[in-house]
Design a protein around this ligand. Sequence first.
Ligand SMILES: Nc1ncnc2c1ncn2[C@@H]1O[C@H](COP(=O)(O)OP(=O)(O)OP(=O)(O)O)[C@@H](O)[C@H]1O
Length: 282
Amino acid sequence: MMLCVKDISLSLGKIKILQGVSLEAAAGELYVVMGANGAGKSTLLKVIAGEYMQYQGSVMIGGKELKSLPIAAQAHTRAVLSQQLTLNQPFTVEEVVSMGRYIYNAHLSATDKEIITYALKIMQIQSLRDRTYPTLSGGQKQRVQMARVLAQLLEAPDLQATDYTGRKMLLLDEPVTGMDILHQQLSLQLAATLAASGVLVVAVLHDFQLAAAYASKLLLLKDGRVYAQGTVEEILTSAHIKNCFGVDVAVLEHPHCHYPLVVTAATGGLFQSPALKALKVL
Ligand SMILES: Nc1ncnc2c1ncn2[C@@H]1O[C@H](COP(=O)(O)OP(=O)(O)OP(=O)(O)O)[C@@H](O)[C@H]1O
């Protein structure tokens, strides 16, 4: 098992953010974390990324306790796309993507440069390479960030040439926020392709359809605890979604695809009187 999180708890200030969270994910999986705003998804990802070392419990990556791994070794094994990354300095797109390679060498080799160009191409941002990052649109920025983590992860300018099994982990926190439908699909297909090459991918997603189509395993968090984990069919049920998100949905069989369709059952119902009481608005 490449990633084994056992009974972790984390408090920030006086608030318990995560309580008794456990999960296991193997190399090659596309492991999706879902849950309502504030459920603890980003915090869980940050713990796995080594950003909060004061957690209780254990996080084993490739058989080693996270706390015992030197920072450089961590950066070489995993790439992280964080939520709400702010970068206000006028770096160009190419410079931002290059940051993914500087963790290996202070001077970029010919291979590093090929990987950077390849990542720009995969995320379809070559035409933006000389633009400054702060001037980009939200979805364009997110594509640049995907290209940066891709550049960090790859060992060759090719998606499928290398077997990354047991060596690389990709952590994506809401990677498709602001992206149009093409680039959402492109990003998840990229994640799935990397998973097929042995990368362990952990992604926080809010979109049920993307999760249904691409997740190999799903974890549902509620109030800092694991509410349920399992396959797409086990997790994406109308009862689980109602309990975690407070919304009535219908889970339908997709007419053409192997995954379920999650559709909201009614519009406007949240502002009818009993529902408002349940939401504690009245
Ligand atoms: N540094 C912090 N200090 C105090 N509380 C924090 C901190 N970071 C997060 N929290 C709180 O922890 C809880 C979980 O936050 P987290 O960002 O993990 O949620 P999330 O599930 O990723 O939500 P979202 O869907 O909105 O991104 C929230 O109540 C948040 O306010």
